[in-house]
Design a protein around this ligand. Structure first.
Ligand code: CTP
Length: 432
C-alpha cells in the first residue's frame, strides 16, 4: 500500500441518540482529506438521514444488505476492501453483540464479518447495558479479535442516568482513527497473555476531608495509573481500577470503583480480592484529620496549624489559631503485601520521589513488603500531571532505568512485565 495515498474510512453508523455526532465525525475526516463512505443501519436511520450523511461525506450512503442495485455496483466485501479503516460510531449494544458473535443479518454486521481491515468502535449505550456482563463479554471477545475501542465516556446520558456509556466525542474518535490510519495496516490481533487473570490497580490522589468544603489532597493526575489499568485490560486481564477523585474517563473494558479517602480505598481494595496482581499507583495521603468537622470551619474560630512533626512544633502559633490534628492513614500497599492466602502473587508499588530516588525506593520495597517498586523522580519537567514519565523498576533482584517515555508506553511495558512475571509464577515463592 502506498503510505502517501489518501486514506479512506468506512463509517458504520449504528442506532442511538449519539448518531447525530457521526455527522461531526464525517466533517472532521473530510477536513483532514480522508475519504468517508457511510453505512447506516436501520436503527441508525431513525436518528440521522442518509441524505445528511451523504451530503457531508460527498458519497452515497449504503443502507440495505439486499439492495439489488447496491450489490450490483459494489458488494459488501468490496465496501470493506476499499477502506483503510472501519469506524463504528455509535456502536450500539446490539451491533457489538452481532459483531462479537459473527452475525451477518444486515449490511453493517456483514461488512464487519467480511472485513480484513482494522476496526475502531465507539460504543454508546445506556450505562446498565454497557456494564451488563453480556456486553462486557462481547467487548472482551471483540478486543481479543483485534478490534480497537474509543470511549465510552462517563457523564449524564440522554436517558437521564449517569455513568459510562456516552459515546466519545467526535474529536476523540477522529484522533484514535487517525492514529490507526497512520500506523498503517494493522497486524494480527494482539496477544492476550493476561486472559483470565484478575488485577487490581489504584490510581489518583485521595482526598481527606477537614470539613464539608475543605480537605487534604495532592496533585496526582491519575494518568499513569489509568494508563496501567488500560494496558493490563488490553492484555486480557480483568481489571478493577480503584480511583481517587480525578477527571479521567473509565478506560475501556475496565471496572472502575470511585473512592475519596484512603480508608475507602483500602476497603475497596479488600473487596476486589482475590487478584493475581495488584498495582498501587495511587498517591495516598499518609495522614487524615483526626476529626472531620460537620460544619464549615469559620476563621473567627482560628486558623489551622497542621502538626506534622517535631520541627513544625517549633513554629510560633498565631494567636487564636485552631489546630487540625492528623492521624495516620492505613498503608494500603503494605496491607496488601502482608503474607497470607489473599496476598496477590505480585504486588507492585510506586515511589514518587524528589531526591535520593533509588535509596528511598529500595527502602520502600523492603519496608512495605511488595515485589516491585516503580520509582519516578517527580522533579523532572513534564512528569507531575504531564504525559511523560521517567521511571526505574526496582525488584529484589536488581533495578532497571527505563528511558523517558509517554505514560501510555510506560504502562504497556509494565503490563508486559507483569504478564511475564505471572506466567513465570516465580514471584509467588519469593513474596509470600
Ligand atoms: N501507599 C499506600 N497507602 C498509603 C501510602 C502509600 O498504598 N497510605 C502506596 C502508594 O500507592 C505507592 C507507595 O505506597 O505505591 C509509595 O507511596 P509514598 O507515599 O511515596 O510512600 P510513603 O510510604 O508515604 O513514604 P514517604 O512518605 O516516606 O515518601
Amino acid at each position: 500500500m502506498d503510505p502517501s495515498a489518501p486514506k479512506r474510512v468506512l463509517l458504520i453508523v449504528g442506532g442511538g441518540i449519539a448518531a447525530y455526532k457521526a455527522l461531526e465525525l464525517v466533517r472532521l475526516f473530510r477536513r483532514a482529506g480522508v475519504g468517508v463512505r457511510a453505512v447506516l443501519t436501520r436503527a441508525g436511520a431513525e436518528f440521522v438521514t442518509p441524505l445528511s450523511l451523504g451530503a457531508l461525506s460527498e458519497d452515497r450512503v449504503f443502507t440495505e444488505l439486499f439492495s439489488l442495485t447496491d450489490e450490483q455496483e459494489i458488494g459488501h466485501i468490496e465496501l470493506s476492501r476499499q477502506a483503510d479503516l472501519l469506524v463504528v460510531a455509535p456502536a450500539s449494544a446490539n451491533l457489538l453483540a452481532k459483531a462479537a458473535n459473527g452475525m451477518a443479518d444486515d449490511l453493517a454486521a456483514t461488512v464487519l464479518l467480511a472485513t480484513d481491515k482494522p476496526v475502531l468502535m465507539a460504543p454508546a449505550m445506556n450505562v446498565r447495558m454497557w456494564l451488563h456482563p453480556a456486553t462486557v463479554r462481547n467487548v472482551d471477545s471483540l478486543a481479543g479479535d483485534g478490534v480497537r475501542f474509543v470511549g465510552p465516556d462517563e457523564g449524564a446520558m440522554a436517558c437521564g442516568e449517569f455513568g459510562p456509556g456516552r459515546m466519545a466525542e467526535p474529536q476523540a474518535i477522529f484522533t484514535a482513527a487517525m492514529g490507526l490510519l497512520a500506523s498503517g495496516p494493522v497486524a494480527a490481533p494482539p496477544v492476550r497473555p493476561l486472559k483470565s487473570r484478575r488485577v487490581l490497580v489504584t490510581a489518583g490522589p485521595t482526598f481527606e476531608p477537614i470539613d464539608p468544603v475543605r480537605g487534604l489532597s495532592n496533585r496526582s493526575s491519575g494518568k499513569q495509573g489509568y494508563a496501567i489499568a488500560e494496558a493490563l485490560a488490553e492484555l486480557g486481564a480483568e481489571v478493577t481500577l480503584i480511583s481517587g477523585p480525578v477527571d479521567l474517563p473509565t478506560p475501556t473494558a475496565v471496572r472502575r470503583v470511585k473512592v475519596v479517602t484512603a480508608s475507602q480505598m483500602l476497603e475497596a481494595c479488600r473487596a476486589a480480592l482475590p487478584v493475581d496482581a495488584a498495582v498501587m499507583a495511587a498517591a495516598v495521603s499518609d495522614w487524615r484529620p483526626e476529626r472531620v468537622a460537620d460544619r464549615k470551619l469559620k476563621k473567627e474560630a482560628g486558623a489551622p496549624e497542621i502538626r506534622l512533626g517535631v520541627a513544625d512544633r517549633k513554629l510560633k502559633k498565631e494567636a487564636g489559631a485552631p489546630e487540625i490534628r492528623l492521624v495516620r492513614n492505613p498503608d494500603i500497599l503494605a496491607t496488601l503485601s502482608q503474607p497470607g492466602p489473599e496476598r496477590p502473587q505480585l504486588v507492585v508499588g510506586f515511589a514518587a520521589e524528589t531526591d535520593h530516588l533509588e535509596e528511598h525506593a529500595r527502602d520502600k520495597l523492603v519496608r512495605k513488603g511488595c515485589n516491585w517498586i516503580v520509582a519516578n523522580d517527580v522533579t523532572r519537567p513534564g512528569v507531575l500531571g504531564g504525559e511523560e514519565n521517567v521511571v526505574t523498576l526496582l525488584t529484589h533482584e536488581g533495578e532497571e532505568a527505563w528511558p523517558r517515555a509517554t505514560k501510555v508506553e510506560v504502562a504497556r511495558r509494565l503490563a508486559e512485565r507483569i504478564a511475564a512475571a505471572l506466567a513465570e509464577g516465580s514471584e509467588a515463592g519469593d513474596a509470600r
